[in-house]
Design a protein around this ligand. Structure first.
Ligand code: HEM
Length: 106
């Protein structure tokens, strides 16, 4: 069995400029350091994620909806399951007032 360390690939300074920085715009610029396999959030090969097309299409909609429809508040500390964050993020969401009309008609 071969395990590919995507975590390390996604932080490889020979592929990514300033790999530790959160710079989502780098993807819009097409920055992959000239490496075809530098970015593999969906795995690759025959067992790669069959939902990648759908995920890429709805991701902006999901994120936009979460921000537009809910108020988010950070709540204390929390724990991960497989990869613990150095600074755990636990958040609580509350539907924004404008969502009452949506929920009350359901
Ligand atoms: C941001 C969204 C998603 C990410 C980051 C993601 C990522 C992944 C990854 C890394 C794998 C393992 C690939 C490998 O073993 O090499 C996987 C497998 C899989 N994903 Fe996704 N996925 C996402 C969304 C989805 C969606 C929307 C669906 C279905 C509608 C889906 C269905 C599957 C299935 C069925 C597998 C197993 C494929 C197999 O073992 O042959 N995924 N996904």
């Amino acid at each position: 069995m071969l395990m590919v360390n995507a975590w390390a690939i996604h932080r490889d300074p020979t592929i990514w400029e300033d790999p530790g920085s959160f710079r989502p715009e780098r993807h819009g610029n097409g920055e992959v350091g000239g490496q075809a396999y530098g970015f593999l959030p969906f795995g690759m090969g025959r067992r790669s994620c069959p939902g990648s097309g759908l995920a890429n299409k709805v991701m902006c909609l999901v994120l936009g909806s979460l921000i537009q429809c809910f108020e988010w508040e950070r709540k204390g500390e929390g724990r991960g399951i497989t990869m613990l964050k150095a600074t755990p993020l636990v958040a609580m969401c509350r539907a924004r007032e404008c969502m009452n009309a949506v929920f009350l008609t359901m």
